[in-house]
Structures are given as C-alpha cells and as structure tokens.
Design a protein around this ligand. Structure first.
Ligand code: NAG
Ligand code: NAG
Ligand code: NAG
Length: 458
C-alpha cells in the first residue's frame, strides 16, 4: 500500500502522542481526519494480502489445538460464518457446494489448503483421497451450539458431509470451537494502519455530527443526527453494520437493556447531554464507538460545561483504565470481568462493563467481558481465554450523580483498543487506543445573540 507524506506525518504524530500519553495526566489526541478509501481494485489487494497472511497461519493454528484438518463446507447463500473471513475479496458468496479443507501438516510439497466448487458430487471422492493420502486423524467442523464463529456449519450440510465422507471419515469429525474463534478474532499486523484510519474517520464524523454544523438546538432532532451519520458514510463510500444511535441522556438512559429499545426521536435543546453509538464498515473491518456531547447555551464556552458532567466522563475514563489493566492474555473473559468489577467497586465507582472483540465483525470472535444484563459473567463465551493480536471494543458505563442537575445519570462510553505486540514484548500495557479515547465533551456552540427561546416540541 502506498503511503503519502501526509499520511506518514499523521501516523508519526499519532505515535508521538501515544508515547507522550504514558507519562501525562492529560492527553491531547491527534486531530481526527476523514480518510478516503483507495479504488476498489486496490482495496481488494489490501484485503487479500491480509487474508493470505491469516490463511498461511492456519496450519500453526491447527497444530496449537492438536487437530489435523479443518473442513469448512457450504452451499451458495448458506455460508459458514468462518467463510466470510476465509474468502477472497472478489468472492461475494460461495458457489454451488464450496468446500474448503485446511491441513496442519501437509506432506512434502503438497498444499495446506484445498477448495472444491462442486455440483456433481465428485468432490467427495477427491476429498477422501486427500484425507487418506495425508493420514488425517481428526477433522474439525464448525458445529458448536453456542459460539457463532464456530457454529456456522449448516445442519443440512453436516448431513451431506457425513454421507460424503462415509463412515470411516465421519467418525474422525471433531469439534474445536477455538479454531473459528482464533482464526476470526486474530488480526494480522498489517491491518493496524488501516484500522487507525477508519477510527480517525469515525472520530471526524462524530466531531462533525456533534457540532453546530449539524445540530441547531430547537430544530435538529436526534433522528436527524442519526441519518446525517448514515448519509456521511454513504458520501465517504463507507458502510456500517448498525444504524447509529443518538440520544439525549437523561435519568432513564440505559437504565434498561438498550438492545431492547430504539432510542426515542427527540428535539435537541440547549443544555442537553447527547450520546452517540456509531460504527463503520470498510475493507472487511468494523469499528464501534460511543461518545458524549454537551449543547452549550448561546454564548457559553467550554468552561460552562457543568462540572458534574465532566466528572462523570472522567469516572468513565477511570473505569476504562481499570478494565484494560485486567485484560491479561490467557485469562477468561469472566475472570477479567470479575476482577475489573471488583476493582471498580473498591474504588467506589458504580457502573457496568459489557466489552467485546471487534474486527471482522462488529461484535467479533473472542471472550466477552460481561453483557449489559450479564454482570455476573457470560456463559460459555465469557469462559473463553483472552487472545493476543485481537482488537477490543471497551464498552461500559458509569453511574454518576450530577449535582447541577440533582440527579444520577449513566455515562456510556465505547472506544476500540488494538493489540500492540512491541509493547507486550516490553512488558508494557499491550492494549492501545486505535486513535485515542474521549476525555472531553464534544460541544455544540451557539452565538451569544441567538435566542434561548426555542420551539417547544417535535
Ligand atoms: C459436533 O460434531 C462432533 C463430531 O461429530 C460431535 O462430537 C459433537 O457432539 C457435535 N456437536 C454438536 C453441538 O452437535
Ligand atoms: C466515492 O466513490 C465515488 C465513485 O467511485 C468517487 O467519485 C468519490 O470520489 C468517492 N468519494 C470519496 C469521499 O472517496
Ligand atoms: C433533589 O432531588 C430530590 C429527589 O430526587 C429531592 O428530594 C430534592 O428536593 C432535590 N433537591 C433540590 C435542591 O432540588
């Protein structure tokens, strides 16, 4: 991939700032910028290089879990979840029956991967021949009942596999959920640079959405901002994996499970605290970010943000630090959740943690650290071990009493971190913010001469 001078300058400034962060209490993150995507042909080359690197790692992955082969088989439009992370950029679905076989220890000069696209049934004999020739004893399939990334094998396809393999080879089928989880969850190093650009674009879009360029108090609704973000992505040739949420934070915000309700459409007014949950999709990658904004009254400046709100955000930042300090590779998600919540309570903070891997999917493969309504631990997925070389969305909230408003509010925040292998090798915190984390409110400013009187309702 080509790097122009401006991009190089951007990334070196990013690293300089990140290094400074280690020693400073207050942080100045790089100014976010919109990054445009290269032409489609170039995008395909970039993505295929990542896919090649990940596929080349499959034999090692199989060896790690003591499995001889991995069979990922599907029919057009009934793809295994793992297929989407194995396919090449020019593939838009599987065709006919598409069967992929990967081997841990291919014999001399034979490939580690095979692919059949078949509608005559002739592939089964060829597949059996490969298994025979390669002395395969165990064949992993993705038939787990609870982990999506290891359960993409369709029920009918499993029957076809059993029949096609015959009794001898069907009895070699095994389930190893970590194959799908680690293959999909682990990020090739080359992705880091683009992931930071995508995140910078997200920050730029949120900064613009949460500004007087987009929001006129008394006129703009929360829905207007949601659709503005969607249109912005469209203009930028990005897409997304969820419709953005924008809401006015009040005492009811995120008191119940936010996944169950669409935030109400409301008119934005002076003095509102706003929240956004926004992510984008490009190059086979996804991001997930939540930020807060404050709508200043006419003529007000940064100094007029209520101190209680500033302290709520700071408390949220503290909980982010607590969680990251507990994210030790090899610990299970539930162990990390428990330790972080314990430390949170010891520090007198009230809050919730519901963080997840991010990457190939918005909610990607790997252990969860809590879910909104599962603060005691997440069955099965929470018991997976934390892997290195993954990206995580640090998603959480604190509850904080705001004296100026005489009420307690939830401060939901979300920011993505990426594994930094060099920091890990030095024994430093290996989880680095993709671009930074929100430490100051986005502000919507209005000139002093504007009227405080805005129309009452929607
Ligand atoms: C998945 O397949 C393996 C091998 O046939 C079997 O042992 C296991 O019970 C299956 N799991 C489920 C959930 O069906
Ligand atoms: C989006 O794609 C169109 C069509 O290829 C192109 O003309 C335009 O410049 C792209 N916009 C951005 C912001 O990259
Ligand atoms: C603050 O709110 C509580 C009820 O939540 C109320 O009892 C109290 O009078 C309020 N205090 C002020 C100063 O308004």
């Amino acid at each position: 991939m080509k790097l122009d001078i401006r991009t190089v300058a951007f990334f070196s400034s990013l690293f300089a700032v990140a290094a400074a962060h280690e020693n400073q209490a207050t942080t100045k993150w790089p100014t976010p910028e919109y990054h445009t995507l290269p032409p489609l042909r170039e995008q395909a080359e970039i993505q295929d290089a990542w896919t090649q690197e990940r596929r080349d790692n499959i034999p090692k992955l199989l060896t790690k879990y003591g499995i001889d082969a991995w069979l990922v088989s599907q029919r057009e439009y009934a793809e295994d979840t793992a297929f989407w992370s194995l396919k090449w950029a020019q593939e838009f679905s599987s065709r006919r029956r598409t069967t992929l076989l990967f081997l841990a220890n291919p014999s001399d000069d034979t490939p580690y991967s095979y692919k059949w696209v078949d509608n005559k049934g002739t592939m089964w004999a060829e597949l059996r021949d490969v298994l025979e020739a390669q002395n395969v004893e165990s064949i992993a399939i993705n038939n787990h009942s609870l982990i999506a990334f290891s359960s993409g094998l369709h029920a009918g396809e499993l029957e076809a596999i059993r029949e096609g393999l015959g009794e001898k080879w069907a009895s070699s089928l095994v389930a190893e959920p970590m194959l799908g989880v680690e293959y999909i969850g682990t990020m090739p190093a080359g992705r880091a640079e683009w992931y930071r650009r995508l995140q910078s674009t997200v920050w730029a879009a949120i900064s613009e959405a949460f500004s007087e360029k987009v929001i006129t108090p008394g006129t703009t609704t929360t829905d207007d901002v949601r659709w503005w973000l969607r249109e912005k992505l469209q203009q930028m040739n990005y897409t997304t994996w969820f419709h953005p949420d924008v809401m006015i934070v009040d005492e009811t915000t995120w008191e119940s499970d936010p996944i169950q309700t669409d935030p109400p459409r409301r008119l934005i007014r002076y003095g509102d605290m706003l929240h956004v949950d926004f992510g984008l999709t490009a190059l086979g990658l996804n991001t997930d970010t939540q930020h807060l904004a404050y709508v200043l009254h006419p003529g007000q400046t940064e100094d007029d943000v209520p101190q209680g709100l500033i302290e709520g955000l700071k408390k949220g930042n503290r909980l982010q630090d607590i969680l990251i300090s507990q994210m030790k590779v090899g610990r299970t998600g539930n162990e990390i959740l428990k330790a972080a919540l314990e430390q949170m309570h010891n520090e007198g903070i009230e809050g919730k943690i519901y963080s997840h891997p991010v990457g190939d999917w918005g909610h990607s493969a790997g252990p969860l650290f809590g879910m909104f309504d599962l603060q005691e631990g997440v069955p099965v997925i929470g018991d997976l071990p934390l892997l290195s070389n993954t990206y995580y969305s640090i998603e959480l909230m604190v509850r904080h009493f705001v004296p100026e408003w005489n009420k307690s509010l939830n401060f939901p925040l979300e920011e993505d971190v990426m594994w930094d292998g060099d920091a890990a090798a030095r024994g430093d915190n290996p989880w680095k913010w993709a671009i930074g984390r929100q430490e100051k409110f986005h502000l919507i400013r209005t000139p002093a001469e504007a009227s405080e009187n805005i129309r009452g309702d929607l």
